[in-house]
Design a protein around this ligand. Sequence first.
Ligand SMILES: [Zn+2]
Length: 88
Amino acid sequence: MIGQAAVDTIQKLLAAGNMPVNDIARAAGVGRMVVYEIKVGVNRRRERRDAGADEQQPEKTDTKFRCPGCGGKITGLSYCLKCSLEMA
Ligand SMILES: [Zn+2]
């Protein structure tokens, strides 16, 4: 187990991108595998965030073009004409 300070140092050096993994491991006083694991972990988090953003977009546009009153398809109004008249 390594400390959070060491993890921060490794992440900073990895982000800089100009230092070989071997040198980062030696500088942080950890094994090469630890540096690799942190490197993979950072990449995985980034991929998950991107995938999540893609999943949410179609859902939002879909609800935007559906009348909250009757669920019918609309083109820009928050309610369809029929529901707007009923509420007035
Ligand atoms: Zn409606």
